[in-house]
Design a binder for this molecule. Sequence first.
Ligand SMILES: NC(=O)C1=CN([C@@H]2O[C@H](COP(=O)(O)OP(=O)(O)OC[C@H]3O[C@@H](n4cnc5c(N)ncnc54)[C@H](O)[C@@H]3O)[C@@H](O)[C@H]2O)C=CC1
Ligand SMILES: O=C([O-])CC(=O)C(=O)O
Length: 314
Amino acid sequence: MVKVSVLGAAGGIGQPLSLLLKANPLVTELALFDIVNTPGVAADLSHINTPATVKGYVGNEQLEAALTGSHIIVIPAGVPRKPGMTRDDLFNINAGIVKNLATGAAKWAPKAFICVISNPVNSTVPIVAEVLKQHGVFDPKRLFGVTTLDIVRASTFVAEAKGGKAPNTIVPVLGGHSGVTIVPVLSATGHTFSQEELDALTKRIQYGGDEVVKAKDGAGSATLSMAFAGARFANSLLEASVTKKTGITECTYVKSDVVPGVEYFATVVEFGVNGVHKVHPLPTLSAHEQKLLDAAIPELKNNIAKGIEFVNKA
Ligand SMILES: NC(=O)C1=CN([C@@H]2O[C@H](COP(=O)(O)OP(=O)(O)OC[C@H]3O[C@@H](n4cnc5c(N)ncnc54)[C@H](O)[C@@H]3O)[C@@H](O)[C@H]2O)C=CC1
Ligand SMILES: O=C([O-])CC(=O)C(=O)O
């Protein structure tokens, strides 16, 4: 049995992500949790002739049933940005939502892999970790901030600019998931870039989310590309943990000591049956990338401290 629980399943990300997970033959049970509308989403998806059974759960009293027996919990619950907002502006609402869901995970699915999509990821991942610690069930190998959309965007943008096939264009993206904390390692692509190209591509990757927020003009942020990225991430975890394939890597935001003093950091991680098998060290950075990393560190540290403090305050 491979149960995947999606928390926030009725939302802009939740629905297409649930569709893609329903299409994944490795999933045998899909639990769709939200505070509204999951019975309808579940009924709709349940007609698709793939192996997963689908059930909708609504409201806190059904969180236990949604989580019990879960192999992977994916969390896209919370509010998205509107134009003019930063991801950190979402903290006040989303921190509480994520804390509540993490408490459920700690109680009812303490061994599950937890994949956090809700923003601000730089802070919501430490929030989940602190809640799990309070319940004595934190396993850093099993908690992930999903930064896959940055990787997906980076390969699209680089292939657009330099030619080549986007799926074959691999760009590690390190650090965190907001503005200057996003550190694309363009030097790893094998392409050569002028300084102008480097600056333009770096900025586009760092602020790709803003492009979508602006284009949606008040109707939210990236949902479909995020669903694609989230489904890719979940599939990588399933391939490593269920089919036991080796050598599967994703860039993801995990507890790490690759950058001293930065407790959570996105870098290349190899997955194994128990989640994180190996956190890769930092790749060789160009002088340009080292500067980006130096600029990312203070903000990342602040975002992490803010999440930790939220859970541990009185
Ligand atoms: N990690 C990443 O790369 C990305 C993260 N995001 C983030 O994902 C989150 C969700 O975005 P959208 O799906 O566009 O928002 P949305 O508003 O369309 O959907 C959010 C869903 O969460 C549900 N929800 C609210 N409170 C809840 C609770 N206490 N328990 C369970 N569900 C609850 C809502 O009912 C809604 O269905 C946002 O925080 C957004 O910033 C968005 C894109 C990329
Ligand atoms: O920009 C946002 O608020 C949503 C997000 O995280 C992204 O698209 O990368």
